[in-house]
Design a protein around this ligand. Structure first.
Ligand code: SF4
Length: 240
């Protein structure tokens, strides 16, 4: 565990030293996100932490935002979608458009997640993610630092060598706040209507957009560049 922590902190320090205020951590508030927030705050790394409030998050996620604020102070920069864009989308397609087609689901993710993230990344040089190699087979080759051609940034992956077990060991050892939906067999927690608990042995991604044909559920898209998926595709896993 000490090696994993040292490796992660060292990469975070390197990123901060290279990019200063042009570095941002996009946090999904998942379990590895709790570790990263703790490492950033505990080591006074002064890295900007952003998270997305899509407007459709579970109450447990909002409770977690409060718990983070209570523990670390006002460290979360919460991003919101453009209200006019949401209004137009809902006017045209309805509030639950994502249930009607894959295209609608992608549109909803584009407006509620991808666009606000793009705005936050604008003018940045680098971003940090909580991606781990063990989250999906197509993440097996995550490097410490990658080029992100979609956003034109460097992408740092300090959690790449952590397993889920390591993450939870750290959370327990340091008594970190976490999303209580994890206790109800939710693995990847995103928007409330698009996230469900999974059964033992099920692919973690089965908890997201489960009503769609599984072939269309390529890994979800806030980290599309490393997966060569189309821009704006919405991902599961590390992204919200
Ligand atoms: S996860 Fe669902 S509700 Fe959230 S932005 Fe995507 S389609 Fe919309």
């Amino acid at each position: 565990m000490k090696l994993l922590i040292d490796e992660a902190v060292s990469l975070l320090r390197e990123a901060k030293a290279k990019h200063g205020d042009k570095l941002v951590y996009s946090c999904s508030l998942g379990s590895q996100g709790m570790v990263l927030i703790d490492l950033i705050c505990r080591n006074h790394l002064n890295i900007r932490i952003v998270t997305l409030d899509t407007g459709r998050l579970p109450q447990a996620t909002y409770a977690l935002m409060d718990a983070i604020r209570e523990r670390y102070g006002n460290v979360l920069d919460i991003l919101f979608p453009d209200s006019k864009a949401v209004q137009n989308m809902v006017h045209e397609h309805g509030v639950n458009l994502f249930l009607k087609s894959v295209e609608n689901r992608k549109l909803c993710c584009q407006i509620r997640k991808v666009k606000p993230l793009e705005k936050a990344l604008h003018g940045m040089e680098a971003w940090i993610t909580g991606r781990r190699k063990d989250q999906a087979t197509n993440r097996a080759e995550i490097a410490p630092v990658e080029d992100d051609p979609v956003y034109g940034l460097k992408k740092y992956n300090p959690m790449r060598n952590w397993t889920e077990k390591d993450v939870w060991a750290y959370i327990r050892e340091h008594d970190l706040p976490y999303n209580t939906l994890h206790d109800e067999f939710y693995v990847s927690i995103g928007c409330e209507p698009c996230t469900r608990a999974i059964s033992m042995g099920e692919d973690p991604r089965a908890g997201r957009w489960w009503w769609e044909n599984q072939d269309t559920l390529a890994e979800c898209g806030l980290h599309v560049s490393s997966l060569k998926a189309p821009k704006g595709e919405c991902e599961s896993g590390d992204g919200i």
